[in-house]
Every structure is written in structure tokens, then in C-alpha cells.
Design a protein around this ligand. Structure first.
Ligand code: ZN
Ligand code: ZN
Length: 597
């Protein structure tokens, strides 16, 4: 039966927003979406030279008859849209009838397709049909697009590097595989497989195929719903984070979409559990009535708008916070040999191997200023242990930070602890900082902050510019319970300060004035409290950073365990690292060799 209909002109123009074929990735996208629409359960994408030489897509879908196979390459042919209203729903994935025609116009296309009985073979060069003949009867479609842009050299020049082309194809395929775990996908370039999923419908297995089993084991399953939205999916434990937001995947009604607000809310929910400029790996499936959403129908975009956005964002935030609280989040020390994960296939994110520790810059600067012992650079390691099954989760993630007992202090910096499970190393500074931080935040959040009069008022001299800015924003300081007035030329005098400022009062007041000047009209009390609490807690922790007694260590560990988030300092660095007994045995090559009794 002929299922491809010629779209009416208006509809076609409505969709034809800009050029469709721009990159190898847009060709792959078009071909693969056709395969999905044909009901395929297995789709193979084989690239040569990142697709610049050849893109071959093999599927086991319903295939096409001879008439449709030829018609598929004419402009404005589509089998996917019945009427205009369909455009506003997410029922169909692809909708660009002219795309195949555009692709065929700038490449050499070889199409073999069959509905199961008679096969058709169509060859098209530069948009002209060269040959229509009989082909294999195997049900499904094999389409090969080679020499893309061979007849449009100007466009060819616009092609990015092979690496960039391959990276964007890989990224597209990864996301598609996440949204369709029920389809077996294979992606290869020059015969090297970079993605292979099993089509079992298990999203966590797809995550494992993309990120490796170490990451997959550190994903937390989440779910939640409200009146309009239902959310399921996986979010990474805070110890897993990446340099880009690219691994935060949102799937709405089965389709990968982009929404900046969703990513922001999720990332904010991890605040202080990880560095703010590093991003988690998340895959969230949102189910919603299609009438509540509006998808930007530009062919190359996937932006989405929600009509009840606030309730969705609130729901997502609660889901993430719920998932990462009440959980033992102490990262395990990496004890596996490095060679195991050196031969990694290409993955956009694995560029992060070269990333050093610049996400802790702010804190390091502070520590340097005070000439504390050098902090060891915190390495981001990508650890892939392929032979470990996802299901084998040796760590017990439920419950709070476990009890542990100090046995000693190294370099006045690291507290060594133990319990029956293994050994823990606590960074004294990070632990103190966390305890101070939670205390400060609590005090600053009290509704009736009282002020304390300074015995010796502090006079602060400013540049003329800063002085003007501060004068305009003096009310902010007054609202914070400062007694502050102008004092001569370009100076202010502080006579009283809010009670929560303790320790080095003058330093803190100067810093607060700096923050007020820097933020000005964008002053936000939440962010201000956050910044000041972090700053004061670091400062206070540095002062106390000396050799402490066993009793003081015990007290610190107790305080830390009482914290809402005992696992990270306010900058997102880990407070505690864990070596299980098994890890220790492995490190000393004891496991598997001789039994220790
Ligand atoms: Zn610090
Ligand atoms: Zn810190």
C-alpha cells in the first residue's frame, strides 16, 4: 500500500524553516528517524570517516514498496503527518518530508528496501534517479548516503573536523538510545563500534553502554509525580560529575528535548554536593499530556515549553534532593589499575580526562593565600570496569554516614578512621568547613537577627566608584542589620554588625561590602548567605587547622555526621574517602592470592 502522501503546500512551507541538511549528524538523524518510524527494532549506523565518506543505516522496519521508494525522494513527500495539528504534538518523531530529497540532492544515495516479498533497489546521484531495479527480499531498509556535498564544494568546506562530526553523531545516537531503550542500536565508525545497546528496554543498561559500568553503578533510580507530570529516571551520585551539561538528558513523552530551566533546577538541587560548575549525569523521563507542552518545531531544534513549568521544576527539585539525601555518599577510593580504561571509544564527555582540578580553583586560591599545606590536586578519574555487572552493588547506599573511629592524623590534615567495613580518610579542613557552614547558614537564616555593637567602629575606605555604588545600595546592609553610615570622603563607618558574624569580624565585614558592591541591584539574599557562609566557614576552618587531639577528632567526626550533607565541603570537595577492606586487600595484592586470617 502506498503510505507516503504528498503534503499540502502550506504545511510544507510551515515546516521548511531553513536548510535541513547541514552536517553529517543531520543526515544520520533523518535516516535513523525514518527507521524508527518504520517500526524498526534494530538499527545499525555504520560510518566511514565520521560519515563524511559514507553513512549507512540498516534497519529491520516495515520497508517500502517500489512506488514509495521512488516517491520518498521527491520534495514534500511524507508519510508522517496527516494534518497540521499533528505538528503540535509529540506523536511523531520526524516530520520533514523534504529532508530525504535534500539529502539525495547533495550526495549519492543507494536504497535497498523491501516489505518482505519483492525488494527494490534505487540509485540516485545528485538528486537524479539513475536506476530503479529489483533488490533483496529481506524485510527492512538499507540506505547508504555517500560523498555528502560532493556536488556542492562550498558546503563541503563548512564541514567541521572529523572529530567534531563524529562527536555530534555520537551525542545524537546516545540520546536517542536513551529515549528508545527498546531498540537495539549499533553505531560504528570505520568498523569501530562506539555504541551498542541491547534493545531490552532497560534504560540503565543504555547508560552503561554510554558511560561504562562504574558510572551505571553510581546512578540513583528516581521517580515522582504531581497532578500534571510523572517523572522517572536516573541521576548520578554527586561524586560523578562532568564538565558539560551535555549528559543531562530530558526525555518528554519519549522524545529528547532541551530545556535550560530543567537543567538549572537539577544542577541547583546538587548544590554543595559537588562543584557548581560541574554537572551531573541525569536521564529523566517526563510523561505529560501533550496539550501542556509546546515544542519548537524548527527542524534542528528540540526546545520545549511547558505551560505549568513551576510545578514541574518544583517536582524535579524535590526528586533530586530526596534522592541524594539520606544516603551514604562517601566516594570509594579508586583502586583499579589505570590501563583498564585507557582505550576508550570516543565520547564527548571523556574529553574531561584532560580536565584537571580547576573547578576547585576558588578554594585553592584561598588555601594558598593562607599557606596551608598544599591540597593534593583532585583528579577526575573515569573508571570503567566492564566486567562488573550493574546489579552487583557491593556498597550499601542506604542510610546515613556510617560511624567511624579515628586512629590518627597525618600532616595535621588527614584524619585516618576505621570501622568494621574498612578505612576512611577525612580531610580535616573540608570537614570543619562543612560543620561551620551548616552552623552559619542556620544562624543567618534566623528571622530575627540581632546586632552587636563594635567596641571600635570600623572605617572602610573605598574607591570613588565603589563608594557611589555602595551609597546607592546602603539599604541592603541596613536590612542585614548593619549600622553603617557615610563617613567623610569615600568612606563608611560600621558601628554594629549582625550577630552571626564571628571570628575575624573586620575581614568578614570587608568581604560582605565587596559582595554588596559586586552584586548591586542583583543582590539576592539566598546567594549572599550562601557566599558569606562559605567564606566564613573556610576562614574559620583554616584557623583551626592544626594538630588536634584524638578527642577533638572524635568530636569533629560526630559534628560532621550530624550535618545535612556530611560528604562535601561547601565548595563541593569531598570530606571523606573510603577504602573498603576489599579495596585494601586488592591494593596490597592480597585478595585472590593468600587468605588472611
Ligand atoms: Zn576552605
Ligand atoms: Zn571547601
Amino acid at each position: 500500500m502506498q503510505s507516503i502522501k504528498i503534503m499540502d503546500e502550506i504545511l510544507a512551507n510551515k515546516i521548511a524553516a531553513g536548510e535541513v541538511v547541514e552536517r553529517c549528524a543531520s543526515v544520520v538523524k533523518e535516516l535513523v528517524e525514518n527507521s524508527i518510524d518504520a517500526g524498526s527494532t534494530e538499527i545499525k549506523v555504520e560510518l566511514k570517516e565520521a560519515g563524511t565518506k559514507e553513512i549507512k543505516v540498516i534497519d529491520n522496519g516495515k520497508g517500502m514498496g517500489k512506488e514509495d521508494a521512488v516517491l520518498a525522494f521527491s520534495r514534500h513527500a511524507t508519510s508522517k503527518i496527516k494534518d497540521e495539528d499533528d505538528l503540535y504534538h509529540l506523536a511523531t518523531l520526524g516530520f520533514r518530508g523534504e529532508a530525504l530529497a535534500s539529502i539525495a540532492a547533495v550526495s549519492k544515495v543507494d536504497l535497498k528496501t523491501s516489505e518482505g516479498s519483492i525488494g527494490t533497489h534505487v540509485i540516485i546521484n545528485g538528486g537524479k534517479i539513475k536506476e530503479v531495479g529489483k533488490g533483496d527480499a529481506r524485510k527492512g531498509t538499507i540506505i547508504t548516503v555517500s560523498e555528502l556535498f560532493y556536488n556542492t564544494p562550498a558546503r563541503l568546506k563548512h564541514m567541521k573536523s572529523l572529530y567534531t562530526e563524529l562527536a555530534s553523531i555520537t551525542d545524537y545516537m546516545n540520546k536517542l538510545a536513551l529515549s528508545r531503550p527498546d531498540i537495539r542500536f549499533t553505531l560504528s565508525n570505520n568498523d569501530n563500534i562506539s555504541l551498542q545497546t541491547d534493545g531490552s528496554g532497560n534504560q540503565l543498561k543504555v547508560i552503561k553502554s554510554i558511560h561504562g559500568s562504574d558510572v551505571a553503578r553510581k546512578m540513583i533510580k528516581v521517580a515522582g509525580e504531581n497532578d500534571d507530570y510523572s517523572v522517572t529516571g536516573y541521576i548520578s551520585k554527586p561524586e560523578i560529575h562532568r564538565s558539560s551539561r551535555n549528559n543531562m538528558v530530558t526525555i518528554v513523552n519519549g522524545r529528547v528535548v532541551r530545556n535550560i530551566d530543567i537543567n538549572r533546577v537539577i544542577n541547583d538541587a546538587y548544590h554543595s554536593y559537588k562543584p557548581d560548575n560541574r554537572y551531573p549525569i541525569t536521564v529523566l523521563n517526563i510523561e505529560v499530556d501533550p496539550s501542556v507542552i509546546d515544542v519548537n518545531i524548527h527542524p534542528t531544534k528540540m526546545d520545549i515549553k511547558f505551560s505549568k513549568k513551576d510545578t514541574l521544576l518544583e517536582l524535579l527539585k524535590n526528586i533530586v534532593i530526596e534522592a541524594i539525601s539520606h544516603r551514604n555518599l562517601i566516594p570509594k577510593a579508586e583502586v583499579f589499575p589505570k590501563e583498564k580504561y585507557e582505550n576508550l571509544s570516543l565520547d564527548l564527555e571523556r574529553e574531561s580526562k584532560i580536565i584537571t582540578n580547576d573547578f576547585y580553583k576558588e578554594e585553592e586560591k584561598v588555601l594558598e593565600n593562607y599557606l596551608i599545606k598544599e591540597e593534593e590536586p583532585y583528579q577526575v578519574k573515569e573508571n570503567i570496569e566492564n566486567d562488573i555487572e550493574i546489579s552487583r552493588d557491593e556498597e550499601n547506599n542506604e542510610g546515613e554516614m556510617p560511624e567511624m573511629y579515628p586512629v590518627g592524623l597525618v600532616h595535621g590534615t588527614y584524619i585516618i578512621c576505621q570501622n568494621e567495613k574498612g578505612m576512611y580518610i577525612i580531610d580535616q579542613h573540608a570537614a570543619k568547613e562543612r560543620c561551620n557552614y551548616e552552623k552559619f547558614k542556620k544562624e543567618m537564616g534566623r528571622p530575627n537577627v540581632s546586632s552587636i555593637a563594635l567596641l571600635f567602629p570600623i572605617i572602610i575606605e573605598l574607591s570613588n566608584n565603589d563608594f557611589i555604588i555602595l551609597k546607592e545600595n546602603m539599604q541592603i546592609l541596613k536590612d542585614l542589620k548593619f549600622n553603617v553610615e557615610e563617613f567623610g570622603i569615600n568612606s563608611v563607618i560600621v558601628k554594629e554588625h549582625p550577630a552571626w558574624i564571628t571570628g575575624d569580624v573586620e575581614y568578614t565585614i570587608r568581604k560582605i561590602i565587596e559582595i554588596v558592591i559586586a552584586t548591586r541591584k542583583d543582590f539576592d539574599i539566598e546567594k549572599f548567605n550562601e557566599k558569606v557562609a562559605t567564606m566564613m566557614s573556610c576562614k574559620k576552618a583554616i584557623k583551626a587547622n592544626t594538630n588536634i587531639t584524638m578527642e577533638e577528632m572524635e568530636a569533629l567526626i560526630n559534628d560532621l555526621r550530624k550535618c545535612k550533607n556530611p560528604y562535601n565541603c561547601p565548595h563541593g570537595r569531598p570530606t571523606t574517602i573510603y577504602y573498603s577492606n576489599y579495596d585494601l586487600e586488592k591494593l596490597f595484592k592480597r585478595s585472590g592470592f593468600d587468605t588472611i586470617k
